[in-house]
Ligand binder design. Structure first.
Ligand code: TYD
Length: 138
């Protein structure tokens, strides 16, 4: 587990098992992740002109995959640094620590799968951008 001070978003390349003749498989096991999975969800049938996200999390850590299609994930730190990540294959995961504002664009065929470190509670979300930016001074 990373210390809070070193927690940064990063792409993680997961191993691909199989071959082009029979197909491929990718595995995520807790022993190889920066947190223990408490929840899995997936998001799909998002029209191309829709931008999802617009929030950060107080404590949640996530690893996001585009298990189908392509997903453009923009992360902003509390200090205003923006990075765009392109998820374009099922074995590529994006690790997101707490306190990153995100916006998400989907290709029409995209399926986003998220491995999450906590179960869902709405109180755990920061949906007010000004409240998010105030974290910089804490
Ligand atoms: P949200 O995380 O805001 O979606 P996105 O980041 O893709 O825009 O979630 C959308 C809605 O679904 C919101 O009302 C909260 C609800 N939700 C749950 O009830 N349980 C969950 O595990 C998740 C992820 C969302």
């Amino acid at each position: 587990m990373d210390s809070l001070a070193t927690m940064q978003p990063r792409l993680i390349e997961f191993s691909q098992l199989g071959d082009p003749t029979t197909g491929f498989m990718t595995v995520a096991a807790n022993s190889a992740l920066p947190f223990c999975i408490q929840r899995v969800y997936w998001t799909y049938s998002v029209a191309e002109d829709v931008i999802r996200g617009h929030h950060a999390h107080r404590e949640l850590e996530q690893i996001i995959f585009a298990v189908a299609g392509t997903i453009e994930f923009t992360l902003e730190s509390v200090y205003g640094q923006q990075t765009i990540y392109h998820l374009n294959r099922p074995g590529l995961g994006l690790y997101i620590p707490r306190h990153y504002w995100r916006t998400i664009k989907f290709s029409p065929d995209a399926v986003l799968m998220c491995l999450a470190s906590l179960e869902y509670t709405e109180e755990e979300y920061i949906r007010d951008y000004d409240e998010f930016k105030r974290l910089a001074s804490k």
